[in-house]
Structures are given as structure tokens and as C-alpha cells.
Design a protein around this ligand. Structure first.
Ligand code: FE2
Length: 517
């Protein structure tokens, strides 16, 4: 379906000429001035970056595109506001249009378009497309969230993270597309900011790490040219959050990885550019339009009474990483910041949902890296912020079915969440899935991985599965339980791969923890 011009194009073009008022509440919805740029002829191929949708509501969805006929070199658009017609329909042939309107693609937002469509029906598919200066976009397919009171049904969620262009092709998305999820949850490292490498499977554009807005735009645009990624965006709504590599490895708030190389002012300018490019390329609401070096990313999405999804921001509000074991246990450190922490607790305690999902960029369960006596932790993950993590886990004991969905590790790590990892006898209070990576770390040597990591299982008895294949996790969420699959591919160093289910797991409702089945 993606990329094919619908057979009924003539009708769309005719109807589109008479732009009808619609329920678009997008900030960029300014039809009165839209016509002024219409005389500027556009280069061919303005829709090279495809289409996307995201953050579904029972009655709404965000539709996205960005006009970029020369995507790797600043976009290639004239410095003018361009009207972009959009249409969303209940059928693939656009015979039953639900809403249509005109948005503006503005140069100051990289000619991105975000349409916040409302007035749709719950829990059903929709098809959408854009038109600019006579050019028609590929058709996208999306889905609204269930009615707020709906208790039953099922929700199929794909959990993805960490797609390093240079480490491989994004082959897991071809399998994800075949699995037809209702929602893709992406928990960070959508791009990597690393320099081009001559030895990479695919080489990053440019000549350096991105620092400026144009450089970050070019990097996002390059990633969107991966055909499997583009097809997945065009076929399901995504819910996204960022981790560190969308800006700078291991940054914390306004502190860069290497403060001796980047002054505070320079890093604030870099954050400002990175967040703006992130907004421009993601199907998110106008609430995520950055305010300088700040972006509002933590938010909640509801899927009837079945699931509540709490999307965290574990980068902007954290204190700098600890460098010692004592530092990791210090009560003065915070991962979420006071405001977000309270927001999360409120959302968990008040939840009417059967499942309380928490999208966390980084792993929450303990990773003890020291064989035998003593502990050694990764300080960038929740292990480096233990006082706050442990307080949260204590709360989990009173929360209905908390399940944490994470990334960052470039491994599958599926764990029981313990109320206190320091006490082996403490209760299991939840489950965590760390969803490997789409391509980061490339095709790993599985034997070498197990030789290194299997001995650590004795120190980490809460681990249920550890694995180093590339792929993603797939969840079928129903009232009585979550059936999970670890979907893996045999390679990311070639553009096509064979996918399979590595392991199946089950989380029973009201029985904390996860079991291999
Ligand atoms: Fe990563």
C-alpha cells in the first residue's frame, strides 16, 4: 500500500482544491495565509521522507510529513511558507473522507507538517495522505486508540529502540510490518550523533557529529531514507521518546558527555538544535514544540481501560551520572526530577487501567556486572540512580500490573522487577522488557556474548532472558495477560533478513513477574 498512488486520485485532487474547514487544531493550521506561497513552484519529490502518524487518542491522531526534495542537504525547499493539503479517510481508496484541511509547512520548522486531527472514531484504522503543489504523498495507514471506557479487546505493541545507521540496515522493521502492530513504541536512540565512519556498514552523512539545526535535520533525513523504517512509519502510529544519542552520548540535562570539549553555552545551542530537529521529524503534538533547550516529552496515553502508557523523559531532568558505587546510592541523585516523579506516581496510583506500562529509555532492573561478591553497576541506567529507583519499586507493590518497557542496552534483557534488589528474598513487583536494538551493535557473536554474560546470571537471578540478537519485542496485551515475543533477525549487515521468534513469554494479570513459556 505504501507508496502506491490510490486509484481515485482525480477525485482527491478535485475535492482537495476546495479546502474544507476541519477539526485540525495544529498550531501550524493557518489557512488564511496559506495561499501566499502557492505561486512558488516546488522542486519535484517533496515527499521523499514519507509520512508518519503518532500519539493516538480515541478521537484523534497526529499526521506528519516534511517537504524535503533534497533531504540530505538541508531539505532543498524554497524559503517560503507552503500550504499542504491533508486528508484522512475511513477506507484505503479515500471514498469515505473523515476529515481534510490545509496545514502550513514553514521554513522555520524545516517545512515539517504536524496535523493534530480530531473528531475521529475510536479503535479503527484510517488512511491519510498529503498534497503540495500538485504532488501527492504516499498513503499512510494509522489507528485510533480504543474508547476510554472499553475494558476488553487487545492491543498489539511493538517495542523498538537504538537504530544505528552505521551498524546496519533496519531489517527488523520489515518483520514488524508483517506482524502488523497497533502501535510502535520507540524508546530512544532514533539517530546516532557519531561521525561518519569509513568502516561502517552504511556511512553517516556529513563530515562530523551534528551540532547545528541543519546538521541534525540532515541526520534525521538520512535515517528516514531507510525503506523499512519509512514503511513502518507509514503503516502504524508511533509513540516516541528520545534518549541520549538524539543529542550527545550520555548527556544529563544541560551537561554534555565531555564538558571540557563543549562549553555550557555551546551545549545549550546544541540541545536547542537537536530538540528542534527531533520535533520536526517526529509525529508528536504541538505540546512538544521545543522552548529553546527544553522539550516536553513525558506524557501519558490511554488505551481504554486496558492499558495506560506513561512515557518517561530520563534525560532532561536527571542529575549528572555518578562515578562511584556510593554516588549511585546517594539520595541526592534524581533520574526524573521532582515534578516528573510526582506526575508518574500520580498517574500510576490513580490509574483505572488493567496494565500500567512505563516507557523508560534506560533499564530499571539491576545489572550487577561483578562476578560473585560485591556489585558493579552501569551508572547511566537506573542502577546509577538507586534511591529514586528503589522508591519507585516500593510503590510498584501497590500498582496494578506495572510493566516497564526499556531500551539503551543493545541487548534483550527480560527481568522480574524486585522490590529491593539488595534483598534476594524481596517480592517481585513487576516485569521489565529491555527491547534489544534495531541495528546498534550490528550482528553480534552470540557465543562470545554468552561466554561473557551467562556467568553473571548467578549474580542477577531476576533475569529471565538475556540475548544479543538484533530485533524488537512484540506484545499482545489483553485483560488476562500479556503474551510477549522476542522477534529477532539473522542479520542487519545486509538489507534483507530472516526473522523468527527467539522466545515467548507471558505476564499474567495480577501475578507480578514474567515467565518464559
Ligand atoms: Fe543505543
Amino acid at each position: 500500500m505504501t507508496g502506491a498512488l490510490p486509484p481515485d486520485r482525480r477525485r482527491f485532487l478535485t475535492a482537495g482544491a476546495a479546502v474544507l474547514g476541519a477539526a485540525a487544531s495544529a498550531q501550524l493550521w493557518l489557512p488564511a495565509t496559506a495561499a501566499r506561497a502557492a505561486e512558488t513552484p516546488l522542486p519535484d519529490g517533496v515527499f521523499t521522507l514519507g509520512v508518519a502518524s503518532g500519539d493516538p487518542l480515541p478521537d484523534g491522531i497526529v499526521l506528519w510529513t516534511r517537504l524535503a526534495p533534497d533531504p540530505l542537504h538541508g531539505g532543498g525547499m524554497p524559503d517560503a511558507v507552503v500550504p499542504v493539503e491533508w486528508e484522512i479517510a475511513e477506507d484505503e481508496r479515500f471514498g469515505r473522507t473523515a476529515r481534510r484541511g490545509t496545514a502550513e509547512a514553514r521554513p522555520e520548522y524545516g517545512h515539517s507538517v504536524h496535523v493534530d486531527v480530531r473528531g475521529l472514531r475510536p479503535d479503527r484504522p484510517y488512511w491519510y495522505r498529503f498534497r503540495a503543489d500538485g504532488q501527492l504523498s504516499p498513503t499512510g495507514r494509522t489507528r485510533t486508540a480504543p474508547h476510554p471506557h472499553r475494558r476488553g479487546g487487545s492491543l498489539r505493541v511493538a517495542l523498538a529502540s537504538c537504530q544505528n545507521w552505521q551498524h546496519g540496515y533496519f531489517t527488523p522493521y520489515a518483520d514488524m510490518l508483517a506482524q502488523d502492530p497497533d502501535l510502535v513504541l520507540f524508546v530512544g536512540d532514533y539517530i546516532y550523533e557519531s561521525k561518519p565512519s569509513a568502516t561502517a556498514v552504511r556511512r553517516h552523512e556529513g563530515s562530523d557529529e551534528p551540532y547545528t539545526l541543519v546538521q541534525y535535520r540532515n541526520r534525521y533525513a538520512q535515517y528516514r531514507t531507510d525503506p523499512d523504517l519509512a514503511a513502518m512509519h507509514a503503516n502504524a502510529p508511533w509513540v516516541v521518546t528520545f534518549d541520549d544519542h538524539e543529542v550527545d552520548n550520555d548527556f544529563a540535562g544541560e551537561i554534555p558527555q565531555d564538558p571540557d570539549k563543549q562549553s555550557h553555552d555551546a551545549f545549550v545551542a546544541r540541545l536547542t538544535a537537536a530538540y528542534q530537529a527531533y520535533y520536526e521529524h517526529m509525529p508528536v503534538r504541538a505540546t512538544a514544540i521545543p522552548d529553546g533547550p527544553h522539550i516536553q516529552m513525558y506524557r501519558r496515553l490511554e488505551f481504554g481501560r486496558l492499558a495506560r502508557l506513561n512515557v518517561l523523559d530520563t534525560r532532561q531532568f536527571r542529575t549528572d551520572q555518578a562515578t562511584t558505587q556510593e554516588g549511585a546510592e546517594s539520595p541526592s541523585t534524581t533520574m526524573l526530577g521532582a515534578e516528573q516523579k510526582q506526575w508518574l506516581l500520580d498517574g500510576l496510583c490513580d490509574s483505572p487501567a488493567r496494565w500500567n506500562l512505563i516507557a523508560s529509555q534506560i533499564m530499571m532492573a539491576e545489572t550487577d556486572l561483578l562476578l560473585g561478591e560485591g556489585k558493579l553497576w552501569y551508572y547511566d541506567a537506573w542502577d546509577g540512580y538507586q534511591a529514586e529507583r528503589n522508591a519507585l519499586l516500593e510503590e510498584f507493590a501497590d500498582i496494578r500490573n506495572p510493566v516497564v518497557l526499556s531500551g539503551d542496552r543493545h541487548l534483550t534483557m527480560i527481568s522480574d522487577l524486585k522490590e529491593d534488589f539488595a534483598d534476594p528474598d524481596s517480592d517481585v513487583v513487576g516485569a521489565e522488557f529491555v527491547g534489544t536494538s534495531i541495528s546498534s551493535n550490528g550482528d553480534q557473536d552470540q557465543a562470545a556474548f554468552h561466554a561473557q554474560w551467562d556467568p553473571l546470571k548467578a549474580d542477577n537471578p531476576h533475569w529471565k532472558v538475556i540475548d544479543a540478537h538484533r530485533g524488537y519485542h512484540l506484545f499482545d496485551i489483553r485483560r488476562d495477560g500479556i503474551d510477549a515475543q522476542v522477534r529477532v533477525v539473522d542479520t542487519v549487515v545486509k538489507p534483507q533478513a530472516t526473522a523468527s521468534t527467539l522466545v515467548r513469554l507471558r505476564v499474567e494479570s495480577d501475578e507480578p513477574g514474567v515467565q518464559v513459556v
